[in-house]
Design a protein around this ligand. Structure first.
Ligand code: FJE
Ligand code: FE
Length: 289
């Protein structure tokens, strides 16, 4: 690698806030200090205990990536697609022209996970909805010198995820043993961030300070991330990068388009059950009945 390692340019502590129906999320991307980090719209570390959850709601114009950390979430949509996302499982949902679904706790106790919202370019915003779902046991994993990486999207240690990312994206789940060090290439033209899940780590070229759980680190220019675990406990974090789309973003809750007129049309489509929302007219999820 001929370029420079990336440095940490901004650091945010994601504090709990209420979302959905009684759900608690730690929102890092999508909060007022960081409304949009192209192509990323939202990063939520969510925690839900029944009866709280995310009952019937729509999406248009982007993708949701749900990666379970603890427990399980049951999802069902207006096309009859339903299932349970267990701990370690991945659901990559391309809402495209429109999805209406519910995402609710699948069992008692607290369900925890991450949900990342990835914007779609204008040419993909109205494509047919699609799911890519991988069970935990089928998620590619590699280990080397005290570093274990689960390849959710993109490539690491010579292993490529099967997930097709319309907006080119990498999503890697790293665990470093005490004393371990990692280096991961990141395309120089991509925006990239780290979100710490557990432990304490030192990130970036300057190795200035350590970072603990629930913190998001925006990375500056460079061709790779370096990280160290100088603590006596395990360090776990995700490294996410994406190719900026560079188009206008007009968002109204779960609708993300390029112009206000397209948002007005989307709201009309949803209210009139048209242009992709036809099946929302009579559908209600079982989870919320
Ligand atoms: N207010 C609001 C508006 C629109 C939404 F789509 C949602 C929503 O469904 C979620 C937002 N964060 C999430 N983390 C995890 C899961 Cl499983 C779902 C969500 C929501 F909460
Ligand atoms: Fe949703």
């Amino acid at each position: 690698m001929s370029g420079d390692p990336r440095t940490v340019v901004r650091k945010f502590l994601a504090r709990p806030q209420h979302e959905g129906a009684g759900a608690v999320v730690r929102r890092s991307i999508g909060r007022f200090e960081l409304k949009y980090f192209d192509p990323f719209l939202v990063l939520d570390e969510f925690s839900i205990t029944a009866p709280a959850g995310f009952p019937d709601h729509p999406h248009r114009g982007f993708e949701t990536v749900t990666y379970m950390l603890q427990g399980a979430v049951t999802h069902e949509d207006f096309e009859g697609h339903k299932g349970t996302i267990e701990a370690g499982d991945l659901q990559w949902m391309t809402a495209g022209r429109g999805i209406v679904h519910s995402e609710m706790p699948a069992s008692n106790g607290t369900q925890k996970g991450l949900q990342l919202w990835i914007n779609l370019s204008d040419r993909h915003k109205m494509i047919e909805p699609r799911y890519q779902e991988i069970a935990s046991t089928n998620i590619a994993e590699a280990s080397e010198d005290g570093v274990t990486v689960r390849i959710i999207a993109g490539e690491s240690l010579g292993i490529q995820s099967p997930i097709y990312t319309r907006t080119p994206t990498m999503f890697l789940d790293f665990t470093l043993e005490p004393g371990a060090y990692m280096q991961q290439p990141v395309p120089e033209s991509w925006n990239a961030f780290v979100y710490v899940l557990e432990g304490e780590g030192v990130f970036g070229k300057s190795r200035s300070s350590s970072t603990t759980a629930h913190h998001l680190l925006l990375l500056g220019p460079g061709d790779r991330l370096m990280a160290w675990n100088k603590s006596s406990k395990m360090l776990r974090f995700i490294l996410v990068g994406g190719e900026p789309i560079g188009q206008p973003v007009v968002q109204w809750g779960p609708f993300v388009m390029n112009t206000q007129e397209e948002i007005d049309q989307t709201i009309q489509d949803f209210e009139n059950f048209e242009n992709g929302f036809e099946k929302a007219r009579y559908w209600r999820s079982e989870a919320t009945q």
